[in-house]
Design a protein around this ligand. Structure first.
Ligand code: HGY
Ligand code: MN
Ligand code: MN
Length: 416
């Protein structure tokens, strides 16, 4: 298989312009983005992506979870395509690059192949996976999860947001529910470019992360029930304060994660107290505990200790607690051949690089179940992400896209 020459590069300026153009859709309030899944803004971003893909000569497929597939033909139409992509949906206070760099980096590969009149044997398909973030509709990576056979489509359609709207209804409402059966597509390989969302590459002075593994994730929704009462006239010993119980449980979450230092992490990002009134003792607290580790046994230990410790806390306070596992996946080892294609590309192009375990979850973690998969990462400033101040440099974006370009083209096999 002929490897692409080291002077084969993408057009970094065009990629950067496209990133900035997409960032105008669903703007945040502090310079980032709020383009949450299956909102009208998501629909606008999809339309812009489709317009760009069609201008680059691609045909667009759309499945019943709204996953988008922009196809560039290869010399052998029967060869399984090489897929490349990520997600266009963002957190409510998201950055401009999380997910988007991987989708538009894939489009930039198509544009560059067109510029250079290069044909590959395998078709290349650029993908936008619906609802990677899992912030409006849990869990994260919902649609790549259906594609990989992890979730049923009916279960996914029934997921509800905080206003009780269903995922399937919202997908229909924005007009991006396709006809294709989800998961029917077969892949020769899948590659995803993503910002690191952590501090390691920048701290180590490396341009590229060769992602060998992804850490596992566990989301447990905890519901603590106490008793609403007056914050002024209820004597302290008589209170059944669900908010206080939650605070004590979250202290334990921190303790449990730190007991597995340095790799395990734990926190609650989603927290609701009811009735959330200034002068009512919370009668209910609902929060989602997010545990992660590269080691499955550690995740299982943290999940078990959460339940034991939380039960002991509420028992001592005369309250009650319920648990629901609302998301999770085991640690992931990516395909060695695909990982080597990423490493070869970084070396050929002369980029500093190191092996990396992904701290965040990605669609690639599920697609790795159904196709040979690997990821390319570039640094982000201060390792900051899921924050509107998320930032990368144009050089980092170009480096990541160039490595992605070479890994994809080497795997898709240049024929002319
Ligand atoms: O939660 C995650 O790791 C991803 O950013 N959705
Ligand atoms: Mn992401
Ligand atoms: Mn994210």
């Amino acid at each position: 298989m002929s490897a692409p020459g080291e002077n084969l590069k993408i057009n970094g300026e065009r990629l950067w312009d496209s990133l900035m153009e997409m960032a105008k859709i669903g703007p945040g309030i502090a310079g980032g983005n709020n383009r949450q899944t299956v909102t009208d803004e998501d629909g606008e971003g999809r339309a812009l992506f489709q317009k760009w893909c069609e201008a680059a000569g691609c045909s667009m497929g759309l499945d019943q979870m709204g996953n988008m597939f922009a196809r560039r033909e290869g010399s052998d139409p029967d060869a399984l395509p090489v897929y490349v992509g990520s997600h266009l949906d963002t957190q409510p206070t998201g950055g401009k690059y999380d997910g988007v760099l991987g989708v538009l980096g894939g489009l930039e590969i198509i544009r560059s192949l067109n510029d250079l009149s290069i044909q590959t044997k395998h078709p290349i398909v650029v993908t936008n996976w619906t609802n990677e973030e899992g912030t409006r509709f849990a869990p994260a990576m919902l649609s790549s999860g259906v594609f990989a056979g992890i979730h049923t489509q009916d279960w996914a359609y029934d997921r509800e947001d905080a206003e009780g709207k269903k995922f399937g209804d919202e997908l229909q409402r924005i007009g991006w529910c396709g006809d294709e059966e989800v998961g029917a597509r077969k892949m020769h390989a899948f590659f995803e470019l993503h910002i690191e969302q952590g501090p390691i590459l920048e701290a180590e002075g490396k341009d590229i992360g060769v992602v060998t593994h992804g850490q596992g994730l566990s989301w447990t929704e905890v519901t603590v029930t106490g008793k609403e009462s007056h914050t002024g006239s209820t004597p302290m010993p008589m209170r059944k304060n669900a908010g206080l119980a939650m605070a004590r449980i979250l202290e334990k979450v921190e303790e449990i994660a730190l007991s597995h230092a340095p790799h395990a992490v734990g926190a609650a990002g989603h927290i609701d107290v009811h009735p959330n009134s200034r002068n009512v003792i919370p009668g209910k607290a609902i929060f989602t505990v997010d545990f992660r580790s590269p080691d499955l046994a550690v995740i299982e230990d943290m999940e078990a200790r959460l339940r034991t410790e939380a039960q002991a806390i509420v028992d001592a306070m005369g309250l009650s607690v319920a648990f629901e596992k609302v998301g999770g996946f085991d640690p992931v080892a990516f395909d060695e051949n695909c990982v080597q294609a990423v490493r070869n590309a970084a070396e050929r192009l002369g980029y500093s690089h190191q092996n990396l375990i992904s701290g965040a979850g990605h669609d690639a973690c599920w697609i790795n179940r159904v196709a040979p998969t690997a990821m390319v990462m570039c640094p982000c400033v201060d390792g900051l992400s899921h924050n509107e101040a998320e930032e990368i440099s144009p050089d980092w974006a170009a480096a990541g896209a160039n490595v992605l370009f070479h890994a994809v083209v080497e795997t898709a096999e240049i024929v002319s």
